[in-house]
Design a protein around this ligand. Sequence first.
Ligand code: AMP
Ligand code: FE
Ligand code: FE
Ligand code: ZN
Length: 278
Amino acid sequence: MIDLHSHSNLSDGTDAPAELVRKAYAAGVRILALTDHDCTDGLAEAESAAAELRGMEVVPGVELSCLYGQQEIHILGYFLDPTEPTLQSRLVELREARLTRADRMLDKLDTIGIRLNRDRVREIAGQGSFGRPHIARALMEVGQVGSISEAFDRYLTSGKPAYVERMRLEVPEAITLIRRAGGAASIAHPLDYEDLDLPELLQAAAAVGLAGLEAHYGRYRGDQIDRLVALAESYNLVPTGGSDYHGVNKQGEGVALGDADVPIGSLTRLRARRDAAR
Ligand code: AMP
Ligand code: FE
Ligand code: FE
Ligand code: ZN
């Protein structure tokens, strides 16, 4: 089984990278991409954990937060060299901006009378990319909400009292960064964007070297996947896929490790695209 989309506790997942790799293996996954938000710091640990497991492979990845017009878009990068300096310096900037934004979100919660302990919030977030799910967990801990999704619905999504925008890369820059680091770029969960002309984005992104479109996403139905595969092919993009596993930070249907039916051809084609671009 292949799963090309997962998060560790270096972003907003809850498993350490080695733990994530072992859980994936136990679930029958043999090729796992670790795609933390704006962070590649978990890759080394994931790769050494995979080296201990027979027939297990980790694809080095990332999920970049981007902006296309007013719409936030996530772009996945695969097979990238995490030591590439331009990529790393942008990732560091994105993560620093996430911390500043976290402070502003906590300030906003303060003003509506919800005082979270900042050290505790930092502790929940750990070393990697700070994200709203960490604030959601802190809200749960103090009993302000009963679930992560309630925290989002009441406080953390756009238009709600604690929401603050954060730094995002423009789509062409994100694709260029991934390519410069030797990687292949794919548009993540393409049906999750409300305000988007998808064909227009694909046209623009293909022109700067987009390689894939995430069609086999764990939460999508068969007919949605079929439509996305056809769309990918019509733009000469490789249909990629994965579960978008986040540990206990994301629950429901289709988000367990291996909860996506990704054909092996996706990976070989993606690799070929990357090699051709070199
Ligand atoms: P951030 O990166 O800080 O903007 O937080 C976005 C992350 O929060 C996403 O990657 C998801 O993991 C999670 N998320 C976004 N919306 C929701 C929601 N409505 N319920 C639960 N988790 C969400
Ligand atoms: Fe996430
Ligand atoms: Fe995403
Ligand atoms: Zn993701």
